[in-house]
Design a protein around this ligand. Structure first.
Ligand code: AOF
Ligand code: ZN
Length: 448
């Protein structure tokens, strides 16, 4: 592939008549524009584009809705009658390589050629195997100057979920929890939920336990969490959290085009799914249970029947049960059941439902199994430095050394970890140069 790599340009060299700093500035504008797609384009990536003539911005565009115009097309459409001008003296900046395939929309690379744009600056190559360097190739072959890799890490970092989807073939996972300064995320031991009756009866015991519920993180964190939720396709919790906390799992205080789907991992269908519970959010409620228990456990069969009646009675189609074969999956490399199940569920969510990214909110054991399966791609811990509990539910185990500290939310420290995709560049024409080995994933995990 023949193009100019931004990293190879000396700092004082001009490209397309502009300095390296100018290229960085226009690309950072693309990133700002791209973010307007937050919560609206998944599982597509957020992308921004800027058209520049003589160092001045002529027009801007971004990918605004899934299935709709890509950033480049929106940009040109925004020019109205000016669309048919001569753009040979223009530079088009795009945060992601222009696409080369007919998807829901025709290829942007062709559009750029039709418009006769003289030069294109790309943030990062597209990991989608259908594009994967071909977009740049189309432009180069037609004589367009192409510069690749301006703010590359930032452009990739804007859409980590897209990289997970494309390279690992599964839904990406953001995990989040709040904990006290001494490392507890709740007051009641999760075990107590085992004492709870199965659905659909709500007992005094549950109410009693609920009164025990209290908030660890503060208001500022809360606002941020709702913003985070607004970018998610779904929010997933375990059945214990569902029963005990009775969470709404919706976005509040922000306008959203649609509420995230709610997913409850409820292997043995022990959850409480009354009409009231189903209607806590406007979004669908998906309950994932384990078909293998149906075979082995008579009570499970009865619960499945009860569940089906419940979901039919709710009439809205909002409550849906998905039976998956989970616990008896053969493990190819000696991994535990839970590891296989987590991977399996995420592959299924991506392949069968096209979910780009989900937020896993709890409880501790669900979070731990996602961490153990190396299926957390971004992690946020809100740590209330003013609160100590001394006993309760411990927050999940992980190597704290890899966390970095972001800006605090009031008295809550914000600790973050993100999977590093830097080693997963696209270097060859044969396809992706995936280097997941460095991230603790073996080749075998990717196959299938
Ligand atoms: C671009 N510009 O703004 C975006 C791109 O199904 P489609 O037609 O919407 O295509 C989706 C794919 O296009 C997506 O997987 C990614 O490879 C690319 N996204 N490309 O040139 C954009 N959003
Ligand atoms: Zn495109």
């Amino acid at each position: 592939m023949d193009f100019t790599d931004f990293g190879d340009l000396a700092e004082d060299v001009l490209w397309g008549g502009l300095s390296k700093d100018a290229h960085r500035q226009f690309m950072s504008r693309c990133l700002v524009l791209a973010e307007r797609g937050w919560g609206k384009v998944s599982p597509n990536p957020m992308v921004g584009a800027v058209l520049v003539r003589g160092g001045l911005v002529l027009d801007e565009g971004w990918h605004d809705v899934f299935g709709g115009a890509h950033a480049e097309r929106m940009l040109f459409e925004g020019l109205g009658s000016g669309q048919n001008e001569d753009f040979s003296d223009c530079i088009l900046y795009v945060s992601l390589e222009p696409c080369a395939h007919f998807g829901k929309t025709p290829p942007c690379a062709n559009l750029i050629l039709e418009k006769g744009v003289g030069a294109v600056v790309v943030g990062v190559l597209d990991p989608n195997p259908k594009v994967c360097g071909r977009g740049v190739e189309i432009l180069r072959a037609a004589g367009v100057d192409v510069l690749v890799g301006v703010l590359e890490d930032e452009c990739r970092g804007l859409n980590p979920m897209f990289w997970v989807n494309q390279l690992l073939g599964r839904t990406a996972v953001v995990a989040k929890w709040a904990e006290t300064a001494d490392g507890f995320m709740g007051r009641i031991a999760e075990e107590s939920s085992r004492l709870l009756p199965t659905n659909p009866i709500l007992s005094n015991e549950i109410e009693l336990l609920q009164n025990e519920r209290f908030l660890i993180s503060g208001e500022e964190s809360g606002r941020w969490v709702h913003w985070l939720r607004s970018g998610m396709d779904a929010i997933l919790v375990g059945v214990n959290t569902w029963n005990l906390d009775q969470p709404k799992l919706n976005v509040r205080g922000l306008e959203v085009s649609k509420q995230p789907i709610r997913i409850v991992l409820d292997r043995r269908l022990r959850g409480e799914y009354s009409a009231e519970a189903v209607n806590r959010s406007a979004a669908p409620l998906w309950v994932i249970y384990d078909l293998n228990f149906l075979e082995s456990d008579e009570a499970m069969g009865i619960r499945e029947l009860q569940f089906k009646l419940l979901s039919e009675a709710s009439g809205s189609g909002k409550l849906v049960g998905w039976g998956l074969e989970l616990s008896e999956l053969e493990s190819s490399n000696g991994n535990s059941d839970s590891l296989n199940s987590v991977d399996r569920i995420l592959q299924w969510l991506y392949e069968a439902h096209g979910l780009g990214v989900i937020l896993v909110e709890g409880g501790a054991s669900i979070l731990q199994s996602f961490l153990d399966a190396d299926c957390v791609d971004e992690l946020h811990i809100l740590r209330n430095s003013q609160m100590r509990l001394e006993s309760g539910v411990r927050s999940p185990n992980l190597d704290r050394g890899k966390l970095s500290r972001d800006a605090d939310f009031g008295s809550d420290e914000h600790w973050v970890w993100r999977r590093d995709f830097g080693g997963m560049g696209i270097e060859t024409e044969e396809g992706l140069n995936s280097e997941f080995g460095i991230l603790g994933k073996e080749e075998g995990d990717l196959a299938e």
